[in-house]
Write a protein that binds this ligand. Structure first.
Ligand SMILES: Cc1cc2nc3c(=O)[nH]c(=O)nc-3n(C[C@H](O)[C@H](O)[C@H](O)COP(=O)(O)OP(=O)(O)OC[C@H]3O[C@@H](n4cnc5c(N)ncnc54)[C@H](O)[C@@H]3O)c2cc1C
Length: 401
């Protein structure tokens, strides 16, 4: 009987094993993760779960009995330390397991602050795992002062939770504006206004110079010379794909573990999916860091592990919750040269165009705008910018045009 092994028990790993069984694969499946928890969703860690609005049980991607019921061997709390590609085996602690087909879904790791500037002081956290969220949660005491380093989605979401819980929040972003890497100026402006209205001290164009404290962090010096007293710090300065295992095994790395359109790495018996994997798109090896990508790419990889030849075409979508605002994003805004703002009764959306063609949308409390734009983008259709900007336009009519 064939043995398929999936390394990394997160969103993409779960997607692969589920799809393998859905496709009728009757062989042996082993899903191995180094975290102690069974596969769970990460997005709530910086949203509802951190806020205390979501039970632990609801984080899990499948009920506890799922794995036994499906005949999937789930191994948690153990890291895979090596791949022997010639022997087609992996090493997990003292065990060596043989595979017929292997999938790497090792995710990504957050950048940490250097030790030289206090990155290893107690009270300095990153936000990637359930263990991270559980370690941070007790720090969220009303009146405590938190410094958030980085104005991307995770930093902003943590700021929203902290402000809602009555903490004194300072957020520093080294770039000129929050969300600079991922969104248009209009979206940055919208979220700056939102956070400022909730009392967040948001400082853009200012970086962290150093954290100070004897053992535990108590202060911070910013690049403009300002000093702050802080009780704890959350660092949200981006992630890097976890390619260590693949790299050590001599698999090609290019912006993550490089795969072809089918998710196959430079070793034909090894696939990769999710945050750790790059795939060919528009002439480059692209990598996406989102739940949608982990699920969809995982499903494609599962089919190809079974010998099919399904190509992966990304349909990017993302979301973020901050205070009472739900942001929904569809498409990729890279290279946009025009933004169209649509504002209707509190529902607001920013439509991105490149060379006159709709490529992406940021929708704030505007589920209808999001759905319409998403369908247009995924269908390769366009929408007249003047009509989009006109609040009187019935959005559904845009789809019929
Ligand atoms: C706080 C937070 C909020 C987010 N919010 C959103 C959101 O709102 N919307 C959205 O679309 N995306 C969001 N994301 C991103 C999304 O969660 C990721 O893109 C997604 O989890 C990627 O899935 P993955 O399976 O590739 O990686 P992961 O979910 O990271 O899983 C990889 C797993 O592999 C394990 N692993 C690594 N190496 C080994 C090894 N050698 N042996 C065994 N196990 C190993 C890792 O420990 C990890 O458990 C968020 C992420 C975080 C951290």
């Amino acid at each position: 009987m064939s043995h398929f092994i999936v390394v990394g028990a997160g969103q993409a790993g779960q997607s692969i094993v589920t799809k393998l069984r859905a496709e009728g694969f009757e062989g042996e499946i082993t899903l191995i993760g180094d975290e102690t928890a069974p596969p769970y969703q990460r997005p709530p860690l910086s949203k509802a779960y951190l806020l205390g609005d979501m039970e632990l049980e609801r984080l899990y991607l499948r009920p506890a009995n799922y794995y036994a019921d499906e005949g999937i061997t789930l191994v948690t709390g153990r890291a895979v330390t090596a791949i022997d590609r010639a022997a087609k085996t992996i090493t997990v602690g003292d065990d060596v397991l043989a595979y017929d087909v292997l999938a790497l879904t090792t995710g990504s790791r957050p950048h940490r602050l250097p030790t030289a500037i206090g990155g290893d002081l107690d009270g300095v956290y990153t936000m990637r795992t359930l263990a991270d969220a559980d370690a941070i949660e007790p720090e969220f005491k009303q009146g405590a002062s938190v410094l958030i380093v980085g104005g991307g989605y995770i930093g902003l979401e943590a700021a929203a939770v902290a402000a809602k819980k009555g903490l004194k929040v300072t957020l520093v972003e080294m770039a000129d504006r929050i969300l600079q890497r991922v969104a248009a100026t209009e979206t940055s402006d919208y979220f700056r206004t939102l956070h400022t209205a909730h009392g967040v001290d948001l400082r853009e164009g200012v970086g962290l110079k150093a954290l100070t404290g004897a053992g535990r962090v108590t202060g911070a010096t910013l690049t403009d010379g300002t000093t702050l007293n802080v009780d704890f710090v959350i660092v949200g300065v981006g992630i890097a794909p976890d390619t260590r295992l693949a790299e050590a095994a001599g698999i090609t790395i290019e912006n993550g573990i490089a795969t072809d359109a089918c998710g196959r790495t430079s070793d034909p018996s090894i696939f990769a999916a999710g945050d750790c994997a790059s795939f060919p798109h528009a002439g480059v090896q692209m990598r996406l860091e989102s739940v949608g990508n982990a699920i969809d790419q995982g499903e494609v990889v599962a089919q190809n592990m079974l010998g099919k030849a399904v190509s992966y075409t990304p349909k990017p979508w993302f979301w973020s919750d901050q205070y009472d605002v739900k942001l929904q994003i569809a498409g990729l805004s890279t290279g946009h040269d025009q933004i169209v703002v649509r504002d209707t009764d509190g529902a607001r959306s920013h439509w991105y165009y490149r060379a006159g063609h709709l490529i992406a949308v940021d929708a704030m409390n505007d589920p209808r705008g999001y759905m319409v734009a998403k369908r247009l983008i995924e269908g390769g259709k366009n929408a007249d910018p003047a009509k989009v900007a006109d609040p009187a336009t019935d959005l559904k009519a845009l789809m019929r045009a």
